[in-house]
Structures are given as C-alpha cells and as structure tokens.
Design a protein around this ligand. Structure first.
Ligand code: BGC
Length: 813
C-alpha cells in the first residue's frame, strides 16, 4: 500500500487543473485515470442488492439478492458478511472497483419509499450489519460505500428537502450507524446525501463531513456526492466533499479552479481530496499495476449461488403469527392465490434495480414441492401505473426472439440503430450505446396469445402508438422535477385490445425535448374486475386443505424517488384476504413487501409469513420457509404500526421545504415504548420462527464499561430452531429512550438448553450532551430487558451504577 508521502509525491506532479479534473467522474459510473500519477480508471456500480454494472438499463444479467430489510431480519452478521462476499464476486466479474452500498439510513417513518434498501429502524442493528457487509466486500478487495450521509430517511422533495434534526438525535440515531460501520469496518468510501441537514447541503456539511466523520472519527476514505447532488464548487470542496458524481460535467471543473485561484478554497484542500481518491485507487487496485480480477466466481445461475440466495432470503423471512398451521404439511392440498404469487416482486424500484437471469415466483417455487396438489389463482390488481412487459409477453417482429425491436432515428432522419433488445425497455440519453443521440425512436413488438390484452408504452415524450392497426397520439410528461423520474418512474399509457391472435404494437417517441429516460412497451393479460378475481380465489380456497394468499407492495410503493401515503395494501388485496379467510379451512398470508403493511384481516387468518422482497430465488425461498425446509428465523427490523399514523414518526412530506425530525430520538420501538404512539401490531424484534422457548434466569456480568448478559434458553419445540436473544437497556434518565444494546443468536436442537451470551455494545451506553457537545456515559439506574421484541419481555433486571461496579452480587457473576 502506498503511504501518504508516496501519494503526496504523486499529487505534487499535477497542476491545479489536472488535479481538479480527477475530482469529477468521467461518466455516469466511472472515474478518470491519469498515467502521470499511475492512476487507472475506476468503475463504480450500484448497489445494495446486486451489482448492476455500468449500465442503468440493459446491462448484463447479474445476481439479484434479497433486499436489505430481508437480509437484516436474520439478525446475523455472518450472513451479512456472506452477502458482502457475494457482491464482491459479482463486482469482480464485472470489473467494478466500488459497490455503492450499503444504504444505512434508518427506518424513521414507515412511509419512506426507500426503506427497502436500508436495514432497520435501529442504529445498532444497522451499523453492525453494515460493518459485516463492508468487511465481506472489502475483504475481497472491492470498495464499499456507506450511503447516504445523513438524515436521508424519505424521498419527497429529496433534492431540496432540509432535514431538521437536533444535535443529540443526529448523533444518537442517524449518525450512529455510520459511526459504528466506520469504527468496525473502515469503509473506503461514503456517499453524501441529496438533502440539507439543518440548513446546509449534506455535500457541503463541514460540521458533519470534516468535523465529525473525517475529524473526530479519523476516517481516511473518499466522500463522493450522491448523483447530481453537488450544488456548489467552493462550499462543497471546503465542506468535505472529495468527489463529484457523476461526470463528465458538474459544478467543479473550472469553477473549482477559479475558487482556488481566488483564495476561496486552499489548494491543500484540493490535495486532500485527491489524496483520498488516490488512497481509494490504491485500496481497490487501480494505482500503478492494474489489479488482477478473479474470474472463477460462480455465475448468477450457478447452483452454488442459487442455493445461497435462496437460503439467505428464507433465513430472514419472519413468522408473525402462527396458529398451528406452519410449517405446511407437504401432503396437503393448497390453493395459492394472489398477483404476488404469480408475479412475485423480487426487487424494489430505483437505482437498486438489476437485471437478474430469472425471477422465481412463489407459484413456481411451490409447484416444485406440491406438484398436482397445488392450484394457482391470480389475484386482484396491485398496480396503478403501467410497467414494461415481462419478456415472455413481447416478441421481436423481425427475429421472432423474446424482446422488442428498437429503431433509433437521428435528427436528419437517418436510422442510427436498428437492434433487437432482449427486454421490453431501453434507455436513451443515459448510458445507451447509440453513436449519436436519436431524435426519434421506434419500439415494436408482437404480443402473443389470444383474447383481451392490455398494451401500451412507458416513457416521457410525445408518442404515436399503433396497436392492431389503430393509431393513438399520446403525450406523457413527468409528475415532478426530480431529475431521476424519467428513469426511475417513467409515466405510462395503455389500451385494451381483444383479438383472436397475436397483436402488433409499434410506438414512436419524439426525443427532441427529452434529456434522458427509460422507454418501453407494456403488454399483459387485460385486468379482470376485482369481484371476479376474488370469486375465483374463494372457489379454489374452499376446495383445499389450506389457502396461501400472497399479498404485498410493488415498486410503486417501495422505490427510490417517491414515498408512500398509506401502509394499506394496494388495490383490493385486503378484500381478497378476507374473502379467502372466510371460505378456506386454513389461511396463510405471505406478505411480499420490505416494510410494514396494515393487516385488517389479522384475526381472521391462521398464519402470516413476512417474506420481504426476496430476490431472484424468491419463490424457492418462500416455499422452503413455508415447508420448514429452511427455518424462517427472522425477527422484524422495524415496528409494524396498527394503523396509518400509528408510528412515532409519520410525516414524510416537508413543510415549506423542511422535514422536522420532531420526534427526536423516539423513533420506532423507542417511541412506541415511550408512549409517543400506540402499541404496534408487531414490535421490532418480533418473530416466532418454528421453535418455542423457555428462558432461564439471566446473569449480568460487568467488566469496566462492558456489560454482558448470559441467558439459558430451552428449545421446548420438537424441531431444531434458531433463537435470537435481544437485550435492551431502558434507562431511567430523563429523555433517554429504551434501546437495543446487543443480541446473540443460537441454533438449538429440540429439547436442549443453550446458554446464549449477549455482549452489550458500549456505544449504546452513551447519550449525547448537547451543552458540552460530547458523549456522556449513561450511569444512572435503569433496567435491562431480555426480550423477543418489546412485546414479549422474558426478563427485566434492575441495573444501577452499583451493579455496574459489581457490588450487586445477585446480578453479577
Ligand atoms: C441514489 C444513489 C445511487 C446513485 C447512482 C442516486 O439516485 O440516491 O443511492 O447510488 O443514484 O445510481
């Protein structure tokens, strides 16, 4: 590794312009090299649940992992480490130096659209899992990037919102996962958020970036901006930002050179940014000799990889309720119901999206295990916006291959490209392969099948769409001024056709006023009225031993760039569950969503399995969990409120540009316990697994500032099971919320007792004193709660500073 003197010698070889040139990206996801200092090009890729590569759309097929909340729900640092290692392999295969993850913002309000990408409402769980993930990645020589620093818990007005957070809450909650991950895993990069923090853009936040992260924590990595987030030259360069992304344009370049020449920014500051960039290059093998890349990594379809992805997903799945019906008896007859059963949602929306080789639906997963004993019934509609067709619904009319034909036309009317696309969408203006930007594009496909089908287009612009010989003029515009909306949430239009055979669709879009975006064709069976779908489901459910209804959210709710307005399941899904529960002998509900949903039918169903957004092997994972082939041993990572508004922090819509974190530290279970919101439907930490547990008397041991709790747990069930012992500290000190201070898990054979030792994390034994601007150790009295989520407390131990000094014999060893 090059030391600072070596890096400084290289920096001294460059003039100011050459230095500044390196501090803005070269393209959307790459950085420039410079031979004169031995710097090679570097490549970055999103993101937390798969390494998409350099292209936003139409890139290579890559492994799609379970989403972050599902991974986190296993409460298992080894598993998070394994995830980091898989991502490192995926990155190496694609020659990517830095993976833009993990996302470690907290689940503040359950309405946050992007929570699926982040771990939890709890800073300790988030920070520790993030550290394990970072170690998995960086242990294999691929850089991690903690994001988004800081107070970026919602998406509404995300480029301009000012998150207003008091100093203690910022430290104790929102900065804490970053602090823990920096402390425990030394991440090589961090991403500064879009939002302002207490009136200062995160990309310019001297107090956070320089004062705390680089100063107090002594972090020596590279701080890059979120994409298009940088608003200034001088203030951002002085405020701790090292690198502007993406490139090649941006607010630095000549403006930063001028700011240095005018004395607004010291050249030593530019040198520090460059030193950090060169250090990153050195760490990821882009300084001097280019790194060697491993090619012997499993492909996304390799059986080894598929087993891993299925197991990781199933491990985090969480049994919320079980009246003696799960695991399912493999000999039963099953009616599987729901749109999410046949089109399982396997990833959230936005920059975390990848192009997986396949997406196994729950219907496919269960069919393998139940064969003819399984009946599948599509459910009610779950989306309001058109989405591009699945590739089975479109055929290139020229080649008869699955996918569409794309003809791009230049300003002079000449065809610049005429290609087959093995997908139903393309992108223009951003990471496309066209030699010149097209002024028009024509997308065409044949939609196979017969009967009523819904077809249409997605993408911003003026369209001329010809469906089965009939032409429609359609103008589609954006709903907001979010720069990413044209890619992340493009608008759409559809029509229904009824035909005895395949339907031809040709759609031409005028791109002359469009900077960039995602464009595609819609094709699917036409929707049926909810009453008809429910009637079919009821008939099927009444005829079998058990009905399994799969409900959930889609990328309309769980996405970057938009928040939710309700936790209710979209469409008539609640009515579907209620009707099936009334007709079926036993009803199991599987929730295919990353974040809390309301369950008005909870008392009427026998079991609820929360399945997260389970990735490419999702259907296999759900099947394994339902049958108990892998124990769904998850514990919730966020509290599920009983009703809309029933969380301590709710609003995500800024008022006059300000999003006030007015609940202070009372977020999630901390706020529920405090009384800031009613008792939740399910607490953070809740999860039944398939075991039952008797807890023995815990013993507390204190060694200096380290506290540990040893608890004997007896598996009273007839099967092996994994228990997660959670320890919370409930301080008496005024204004201090209850908090998770540690957890430990053990797999225990049936009938056996295992002593589980939880080492409490001293970083949670502090409060931030906003007068002294310093951490203060919590010394007063309080209680240690040994719990399976705060709704199921198994022991409550008084804890005083006396016991901390080992004077209370009853509580210490
Ligand atoms: C997201 C980042 C992401 C970046 C690059 C932004 O919109 O907020 O998380 O890494 O895009 O795709």
């Amino acid at each position: 590794m090059a030391d600072d003197a070596d890096l400084d010698a290289r920096i001294a070889r460059l003039d100011l312009t050459a230095k500044v040139r390196l501090l803005t990206g070269a393209t959307m996801f790459t950085l420039r090299g410079d031979d004169s200092v031995g710097l090679g090009e570097m490549a970055f890729s999103d993101g937390p649940t798969g390494v998409r590569g350099l292209k936003f759309i139409g890139g290579d097929e890559v492994a799609l992992l379970p989403n972050a909340t599902l991974i986190a729900s296993a409460w298992d640092e080894e598993l998070a480490h394994e995830v980091g290692e898989i991502l490192a392999d995926e990155a190496a295969r694609q020659r990517i130096h830095v993976v833009l993850g993990p996302t470690i913002n907290l689940h503040r309000s359950p309405l946050g659209g992007r929570l699926f990408e982040a771990y939890s409402e709890d800073p300790l769980l988030t920070g520790r899992l993030a550290a394990a993930y970072v170690k998995g990645l960086q242990g294999k020589g691929i850089g991690a990037c903690l994001k988004h620093l800081v107070a970026n818990e919602a998406e509404t007005e995300r480029h301009t919102v000012n998150s207003v957070v008091d100093e203690a809450t910022l430290r104790e909650l929102y900065l804490l996962p970053f602090e823990i991950a920096v402390d425990d895993s030394e991440p090589w990069s961090i991403m500064a958020a879009y939002n302002d923090v207490n009136g200062v853009p995160a990309t310019e936040h001297d107090a956070v970036n320089n004062g705390i992260v680089k100063g107090e924590w002594g972090w020596d990595g590279l701080l890059m901006s979120d994409w298009f987030a940088t608003k200034s030259a001088g203030p951002a360069a002085n405020g701790g930002l090292d690198l502007v992304m993406p490139g090649p344009d941006g607010p630095w370049g000549t403006a930063l050179v001028a700011a240095v020449e005018a004395g607004e920014v010291a050249e030593s500051m530019v040198d520090d940014h460059l030193r950090r960039l060169l250090r990153l290059a050195d760490r990821v093998g882009a300084l001097d000799e280019p790194r060697s890349w491993r090619d012997d990594v499993p492909s996304p379809t390799d059986p080894v990889r598929r087993e891993q992805l299925s197991r990781i997903a199933a491990r985090g799945m969480t049994v919320l309720q079980n009246r003696d019906v799960l695991p399912l008896d493999a000999g039963s007859t099953v009616a599987l119901v729901g749109r999410h059963a046949v089109e399982t949602v396997d990833m959230g929306g936005g920059s975390a999206q990848v192009r997986p080789p396949h997406q196994v639906s729950v219907a496919e997963g269960l069919a393998e295990l139940f064969g003819p004993r399984l009946t599948v019934v599509d459910g009610v509609e779950v989306r309001t916006r058109p989405v591009p067709a699945t590739v089975t619904m479109v055929v290139d009319p020229r080649t008869d291959e699955r996918g569409i034909r794309c003809v791009a036309i230049g300003a002079d009317g000449a065809v610049v490209a005429d290609t087959h696309v093995p997908d139903s969408m393309v992108s223009f203006g951003a990471d496309d392969d066209f030699p010149v930007p097209p002024s028009h594009a024509r997308l065409s496909a044949r939609v196979p099948g017969t009967g009523r089908r819904e077809v249409g287009v997605v993408g911003v612009g003026a369209w001329t769409v010809t469906v089965a010989g009939r032409t429609h003029d359609v103008a589609l515009s954006l709903e907001s001024d979010d720069v990413g909306e044209a890619i992340l949430r493009p608008p759409g239009w559809t029509t229904v056709v009824d035909s005895d055979g395949p339907v031809e669709v040709e759609a031409e879009v005028d791109l002359t006023h469009v900077r960039f975006g995602r464009f595609g064709l819609v094709a699917r069976p036409a929707p049926v009225p909810a009453e008809d779908a429910i009637a079919s489901a009821v008939a099927a459910a009444a005829a079998v031993d058990v009905a399994v209804v799969v409900v959930g959210l889609t990328e309309e709710q769980e996405t970057e760039a938009a928040d939710k307005s309700t936790l209710a399941l979209p469409g008539a899904q609640d009515a579907l569950v209620a009707a099936v529960a009334a007709a079926a002998r036993r009803t199991v509900v599987v929730v295919n969503a990353a974040t809390p949903v309301l369950m008005p039918w909870l008392d009427d169903v026998d079991a609820v399995l929360w399945a997260g957004i389970p990735g490419q092997e999702g259907g296999h994972a759900v099947a394994a969990a339902l049958l108990g082939l892998v124990e769904p041993a998850g514990r919730l990572v966020t509290s599920f409120p009983t009703h809309d508004g029933g969380s301590p922090a709710w609003r995500v819509v800024p008022e006059d540009g300000v999003l006030a974190y007015a609940e202070g530290p009372f977020v999630g279970y901390r706020g529920h316990r405090w009384g800031a919101a009613p008792e939740p439907a399910f607490w953070f930490g809740h999860g039944l697994g398939y075991g039952t547990w008797r807890y023995g008397a815990p013993e507390v041991a204190v060694d200096g500032e380290f506290v540990s709790v040893a608890v004997p747990v007896e598996n009273t069930s007839g099967r092996p099971s994994r228990e997660v012992v959670q320890v919370y500290l409930d301080p008496e000190e005024d204004g201090q919320p209850v908090r998770l201070v540690g957890w430990a898990a053990h797999e225990v054979p049936p009938g056996r007792t295992q002593e589980v030792v939880v080492r409490c994390d001293a970083r949670l034994w502090r409060r931030w004193d906003a007068v002294q601007h310093a951490w203060v150790r919590l010394e007063g009295a309080g209680r240690l709660l040994v719990a399976r989520g705060l709704g199921d407390i198994r022991a409550s131990i008084p804890f005083t500073s006396k016991s901390a000094q080992k004077t209370d014999a009853a509580l210490t060893r």
